[in-house]
Design a protein around this ligand. Sequence first.
Ligand SMILES: [Zn+2]
Length: 307
Amino acid sequence: MKLIILGAAAGGGFPQWNCACRNCARARAGDAAAQPRTQASLAVSANGADWVLFNASPDLRAQILATPALHPRGGLRDSPIQAVVLTGGDVDFTAGLLNLREGQTFGLYAGQRILDLLDANSIFRVLDAGLVPRRPLATDTATVLRDAAGRELGLTVEAFVVPGKVALYAEDASRPDFGSSAGDTVGLHITDAGGRGFFYIPACATLSDDVARRVRGSALVLFDGTLWLDDEMISLGLSAKTGARMGHISVSGARGTIAGFAELGVARKVFVHINNSNPMIIDDTPERKIAETAGWTVAYDGMEIIL
Ligand SMILES: [Zn+2]
């Protein structure tokens, strides 16, 4: 199984178009330690020929152009992208679907609530359901991924509920939970026919006992690295929201990801979905050193992993 991290940044990317924070300024200035990153998306293949995208970021067009494995292989119109799986309904997970119009076929997998959100937005009808069949992704059930015609792609996913919240544009401000319900955010366990597997959890609000139990002892986890501190956006003056309010756990702190994973025995730990405000996104910061010393890799665009 081969993984290519198409984009390693959180929503907004790095640098973010309207952000002049210290990190974004360094990236914009071409600082070698501040490598730009596009918004989070992952490509996985079991056989090296058929590829599945996990989330479709607003940067998807550029990500495909930058990734030869995803280029047309022959004929006038062709793509090795045979399926797309969504872990949430956020703009940074779904907007890239609009780049996949032009009459191409693929299977589209997401939880029913997310499929309903897409269906309620008429712009996504550019993906003709006759060419792009919508397939509900049930939680706690193994789903064999297939192309639009039903051919198996050699990958199985099991979606599971993780602590999170409904997409920002779908929030209901009149409700204390903003109208979120279980399944608005899922993690995925992705396995191939040989039994090799890994976890993809790009958004997670807290490391619940259930999530910890699932990932314990696994070979590879790609996990939400959005914020270093829960109040990072507030203290930098970028936003009034905490990480918890945005549905993202912090990397540091007693209840953060590094501490939570310390005793879980995961062989390879990779941070993905890293916000531009997070100091660990920069190569030469003390926070990057802390993450790496704790056994984590901070993902970058184009990073390849063979399992
Ligand atoms: Zn910034």
